[in-house]
Ligand binder design. Sequence first.
Ligand code: LFR
Length: 496
Amino acid sequence: MKNKSFLAFDLGATSGRTILGTIEQGRLQMKELTRFSNQTLQIGNHSHWNIYSLFEHLKTGLAAAKREGVPITSIGIDTWGVDFALIAEDGSILGIPYAYRDPHTIGMPEKYFQLISHEKVYGLTGIQIMNFNSLYQLFALSQAKNSLLKSAKEILFIPDALAYMLTGNKVVEYTIASTSQILNPKTKEIEPELLVKAGVSPSILGDIVMPGHLIGRLRDDLATESELGKVKVLAVAGHDTASAVAAVPALNENFAYLSSGTWSLMGIEVKDPIINATTLALNFTNEGGVEGTTRFLKNITGMWLLEQCLKDWKKEGITYAYEKLVQMTTSVPAFQSIIDPDYESFANPSCMPTAIAEYCWQTNQIVPSTHAEFVRCIFESLSLKYNYVLEKLKDLAPFPIEKLHVIGGGSKNPLLNQWTANATGITVLAGPSEATAIGNIMIQAKAAGCVNSLQEMRQIICNSIQLDEFIPENQTIWNEAYQKFLTITKLNQETS
Ligand code: LFR
């Protein structure tokens, strides 16, 4: 088969990139064309995404693709979940989207559950309750009598909104829509009652399309300006985590994955959603995957902890290379300060090191003071939390979990990979670090007929990348540390 090249726009909550992917004789070649920072735009007390600036970055990516001089078969966009743009009757984008860490949704799930029970919402959607889910964002806007919401005819999730800006066509892609807590994972349709209870018309969401759907072609002005011509824009797995999971290089189903970036998403891939009293109590989620699969997983606060510390230290004029961060942990004794990464005060603190220090002080531990102490505390605590979630997954999985695939940017951290293997007691396979972009490209490759199935996609990924293996070590010490983690975090007394 002839080589084919695809363009992936892969946007995360802290950075975005344009990647050119080429399928060549059963192998995937990737080239990063642009990389840019993505920061929330703070206006007063509110956090927004500057979707117009993101659009500018997409245009720069198109220009970079043109310079490569290869024909582009199609373009796909994936982003973080839950956030959306409001679209008016005449097709205009209203204002700027809220970012999911905006405080306007704090307390919203509890208020919403006075109108419809927590059990019913979880039973209908199988989605973990997180105050930033699109459902509670819409409820918050409707409670605030937000004038933009009143003028909105529909919403478009961020990847769909960007695709709309590229093509002029509107779709609601399934995997990204599944993060909203408005879809039923069994029927893969919206549950109108949930929107009505949120004070919003069910017509605010259009018809759902599946990954691989042709959204349209580049608008005339963009086709001319970029000189790429009227390239196709496809709906891929618009949710970055769905794209990442599609790119897990596993050749059988007995695996768990940890998609490690700003968030750590740990879960399994299953054929049918798992929704019961235990998963409700543990707040596990059932998000939509490719080829009708379900991503049964849990959000763990991931590199966000470190990213926010680094942001703070940068203000002091100190920046660290990744290798330095890893290396500096060796100067600190093991397990002297342990946190629950998902403790609520870490969600959006004004100063992350202070929030971590306060947690340690309140739990009678050594309060980290050096940067190395903070970094060690974060990596150890993440590893221990991974074990906590994996233990629950092992109980809930319909198959034995034999391996843990760590994918995403965090998979480039060999120390964290080793500690994850030590904490969980199972073999960790690390890579690919660009899983989201790879998943994005492979869905496009499937739509172009280069591959036929998810299994074949994974085979190509296996052929194309090198995996690093980490075997568990020092089990006794890590088991003791885990007991300490449970006591400090009180997670053995709680359910989530
Ligand atoms: C990861 C991610 C998670 C989602 C969170 C917020 O980038 O998409 O899957 O829970 O961001 O949208």
